[in-house]
Design a protein around this ligand. Structure first.
Ligand code: SAM
Ligand code: SF4
Length: 323
């Protein structure tokens, strides 16, 4: 599906829930009232939306949240999605707290990759950022995921308060076959209350330790990360620099909130309500869903407005949108 700016929209990030078992300072620092269970799309409704998405050329799916694994039935849903005809890629983004027991099932369904968020390898700092004493649990899940052979990526937000973690986190790509991706903090929700450092600043520090870091030409995922590799690394170092290296011209994605609102862009509150359509009595909801998905793609703006946040119209927090 080609949008109004000539971009091929083939990737959908699906939020299973706005709930989470962590309280990351930049995302959901306090308990935000969750939406009611009736408001959340049921799995069969989500699958119907995915069928329609596949019919208009969206064939890559990311399962996210909130924390997707706190929703009961998340794994069965992923198994069903994986089996839909035409799915080329299905990945999961998780904070890793509840991941451990599900790794064999993820392996069995041949998930394409699991992204595990990890901002700190220091237990005290980890708890300060996430509100949870969870480092050892997440670390175990990372090791288990890597051992299972599932492609594993680690996501770390570059916050001022975690600057000390840049090199220890990068080192993970040396000691294990993982890609470590550093993300610039975006001014979405509570992200606007945080300060961080840039991808260029991080790269300069990393180059002082890994002088042979070279940009990797091959594309390593569905997204905008730019990857580097050093001879001493088994995996890559990635940067997602939405603020300082705007990549909107190559944006291929839309986001589906857990309440069924299809968002063409993180920055703006516009989009299309798919829940009403999927819950209507229309005899052919697939046709109506296809049309609605195309309408949302047609609304995609040329780019975000993080450089002038007065233009942002999205007031939701990241856990509500689906990160
Ligand atoms: N709970 C899961 C997790 O933490 O991986 C999935 C949802 S979380 C919203 C997805 C990713 O978004 C995480 O890697 C998190 O660090 C990142 N994130 C959240 N708020 C952000 C912000 N304002 N700017 C950049 N990344 C953010
Ligand atoms: Fe939860 Fe993920 Fe947001 Fe942290 S970043 S509060 S783990 S949804």
């Amino acid at each position: 599906m080609i949008d109004g700016w000539g971009r091929n929209i083939n990737y959908l990030r699906i939020s299973l829930t706005d709930r989470c078992n962590m309280r990351c300072q930049y995302c959901m620092p306090t308990t935000i009232p969750s939406v009611g269970h009736d408001e959340i799309l049921r799995y069969e409704e989500l699958l119907q939306i995915c069928r329609a998405a596949l019919q208009v050329g969206i064939n890559r799916f990311k399962i996210t949240g909130g924390e997707p694994l706190v929703r009961k039935g998340a794994i069965s849903f992923m198994q069903s999605l994986r089996q839909l005809s035409g799915v080329q890629s299905m990945t999961l983004t998780t904070n890793g707290m509840a991941l451990g027991p599900y790794i064999p099932a993820l392996q069995d369904m041949a998930i394409d990759a699991v992204n595990i968020s990890l901002d700190s390898l220091d237990a005290v700092l980890f708890q300060q950022i996430s509100g949870v004493d969870g480092l050892s649990c997440v670390w175990q899940a990372i090791r288990q995921t890597v051992r299972s052979g599932i492609r594993t990526k680690i996501n770390a937000v570059m916050l001022d308060m975690t600057r000390s973690q840049l090199l220890p986190l990068a080192k993970l790509a040396e000691i294990m076959p993982v890609d470590v991706r550093f993300i610039e903090i975006m001014p979405i929700g509570y992200g606007a209350t945080q300060t961080g450092y840039t991808a260029d600043q991080a790269l300069a520090v990393l180059r002082s330790v890994y002088p042979d870091l070279q940009i990797v030409s091959q594309h390593c995922g569905n997204g905008p990360a730019v990857y580097y590799q050093s001879k001493c690394m088994q995996g890559c170092i990635g940067f997602i620099a939405a603020n300082t290296h705007k990549f909107c011209h190559q944006c291929n994605r839309m986001r589906l909130t857990s309440t069924g609102f299809l968002k063409p862009c993180l920055c703006y509150d516009g989009g299309v309500d798919l829940k009403t359509i999927v819950r209507s009595d229309q005899t052919d909801s697939l046709v109506a869903l296809r049309q609605a998905i195309c309408r949302a793609a047609a609304q995609k703006p040329a780019g975000h407005c993080f450089d002038d946040i007065r233009e942002m119209t999205e007031n939701k927090t990241m856990n509500q949108i689906g990160g």
